[in-house]
Design a protein. Structure first.
Length: 173
């Protein structure tokens, strides 16, 4: 869940989910590519050993043995929305993992509908791979402690940044 993935990128096209995804900003299936979403998708699913760009950690060889990416677009360059609906759509469409590089911009702020949707995904996601979904969130990049949602929510796995000494990076929550 991010901006739109550049679904026709030569390093990602072979690992896109058959329906590509949904644009929750515009309320349709037209995915508008966004640099951050494409970057994150490449980290996970860029094809390996194809002499293009980078290799993703689960990209596979291009013969159907890599992960599948479903683009749930909740950001554009100027707006955002549809967060709760995206979790439900992903779970109902068979997604196993919901990866999220976003969070609320103030300590203690959250929307109950989003937390409920995370719980829904965790119960009903997983498709044919898992019995329930796994939800991953960024801990945040505010160099702060406190309850930064949704990363601090009990239903998610939060990911923070460390430096080369395995110490929390200066900017990470």
């Amino acid at each position: 869940m991010d901006g739109g993935i550049k679904y026709d990128h030569p390093d990602l096209a072979g690992n896109m989910w058959q329906g590509r995804g949904y644009n929750f900003i515009n309320g349709n299936t037209t995915i508008t590519p966004y640099f951050h979403a494409t970057h994150v998708a490449g980290t996970i699913a860029a094809l390996t050993n194809n002499n293009i760009g980078v290799s993703g950690i689960a990209g596979g060889s291009g013969s159907g043995d890599g992960v599948r990416l479903m683009s749930c677009q909740v950001f554009t360059a100027t707006t955002s929305g549809g967060f709760a609906q995206a979790f439900i759509y992903a779970a109902d469409s068979g997604a196993a993992i919901a990866q999220n590089s976003w969070g609320y911009t103030s300590v203690g702020v959250y929307e109950q509908s989003v937390l409920n949707a995370i719980d829904y995904f965790n119960r009903n996601g997983g498709g044919t791979v898992l019995s329930g979904g796994i939800t991953i969130f960024a801990a945040g990049n505010n160099n702060a402690s406190g309850k930064w949602y949704p990363g601090c929510y009990s239903g998610v796995v939060a990911v923070a940044a460390t430096n080369n000494n395995d110490v929390r990076s200066y900017y990470s929550n």
